[in-house]
Write a protein that binds this ligand. Structure first.
Ligand SMILES: Cc1cc2nc3c(=O)[nH]c(=O)nc-3n(C[C@H](O)[C@H](O)[C@H](O)COP(=O)(O)O)c2cc1C
Length: 344
């Protein structure tokens, strides 16, 4: 699997998720089997570049190549400038966000709202490709199936984007109107794959190795992108890889391994965010990691009251040590348990 000249480790990608797939989490997913990772979206508005949030999102220290930065915005010139700015700071692939349904993005005609304005969407694609191509930086595009049920234009837009020089398209099998509700459909994704020469990636509701195989078969896509199911379960990538290669379920990870991964993730997280913000924002990662485990909910409630990183790490270590005594291998959640519903 290649994006432009970049060879990827495999065709299982971790989806960009604002507030989740920061550099520490992306690295963890890669370590546990993801072949590619895209940053959380960064705004194209130059006045926000120096904000702490945007500069943390632009942190790629020690990140595995190819470093991929997702940009979001509504103005072609600003998007081109954002691409150039991020390339100068290490981006090796630029991804354009045409999939995010969040209101603060859509009201400004960014994210999936761009799918409703094809001329503007293509203007943005042209402008970003014009900046990236001479620098040898491929541009990828992440989109939904369309704006709403009656306006499913992913195929038209994907074809035009390919003609404009886009190197890969990711399609989340929902319309913008759906937000994260209902089920992802893969017929539109399959139609995009059938029509394009460039790699096409299927995304949406892939939450188990079995579902991954089903989506690959149904769509014929070149790769899969997994988002919410990786929250608290970043080893899902290697589980899927194992299942695709051998047709059998991978053994559950040892509980002490999961403990170790989480603790290492926490230390990396505190290094990026600092003590105060680090402790607060680590809570969601810990919560996801324990939610399907025996005693997980009670532990989460108690852990959320802890105010410093040492106490947080100690609590996590103690929880998993106690769990390991009863369950040497991690108890397995049922498929779908992992999906987090996010209102649009
Ligand atoms: C918390 C959260 C944040 C997200 N942020 C982004 C984002 O910054 N850029 C983007 O293109 N998609 C974003 N998405 C959408 C995901 O990349 C993905 O398309 C969607 O969650 C469907 O895949 P899944 O069912 O595997 O989670 C976000 C999703 C979630 C749940």
């Amino acid at each position: 699997m290649h994006i432009g000249a970049h060879a990827l480790a495999n065709n299982l990608f971790v989806a960009p998720m604002a507030g989740v797939t920061d550099r520490p989490f992306r690295q963890l997913c890669r370590r546990l089997g993801a072949g590619h990772a895209v940053s959380e979206m960064v705004t194209s508005r130059p006045e926000l570049r120096e904000s702490l949030k945007t500069s943390r999102r632009a942190n790629h220290d020690g990140e595995t190549a190819p470093i991929t930065v997702q940009i979001a915005g509504t103005d072609a010139a600003m998007m081109a400038e954002a691409a150039r700015y991020n390339i100068d700071r290490g981006a090796m692939i630029i991804d354009i966000n045409m999939g995010c349904p969040a209101k603060k993005v859509c009201n400004k005609w960014a994210g999936s709202a761009l799918m409703r304005d094809e001329p503007l969407a293509l203007q943005i694609v042209d402008a970003v490709v014009a900046v990236c191509a001479p620098r040898g930086v491929p541009v990828t595009l992440k989109m939904r199936t369309g704006w709403c049920d009656t306006e499913r234009n992913a195929l038209v837009l994907a074809r035009a984007a390919q003609d404009a020089g886009i190197a890969m398209v990711v399609v989340h099998g929902r319309t913008r109107e759906q937000g994260y509700k209902g089920l992802a459909e893969y017929d539109t994704v399959a139609a995009v794959k059938a029509a394009l020469r460039i790699p096409v990636v299927a995304n949406g509701d892939i939450d188990s190795p079995q579902k991954a195989l089903q989506v690959l078969r149904h769509t014929g896509c070149d790769a899969l992108m997994i988002g919410r199911a990786a929250q608290g379960r970043p080893w899902i990538f290697r589980e899927i890889a194992h299942f695709l290669a051998h047709g059998t379920a991978a053994p559950a990870p040892a509980t002490h391994e999961v403990r170790q991964w989480l603790i290492e993730h926490l230390h990396d997280h505190y290094t990026l965010y600092g003590e105060g913000v680090g402790v607060r924002t680590a809570r969601k990662h810990i919560g996801w990691a324990v939610r399907a485990l025996p005693g997980g909910e009670a532990f989460r409630a108690a852990m959320n009251t802890l105010q410093d990183s040492d106490a947080q790490v100690r609590a996590v270590a103690t929880f998993f040590e106690a769990l390991a005594e009863v369950h040497p291998c991690l108890p397995q959640p049922a498929a779908n348990d992992a999906l987090v519903q996010l209102s649009a």
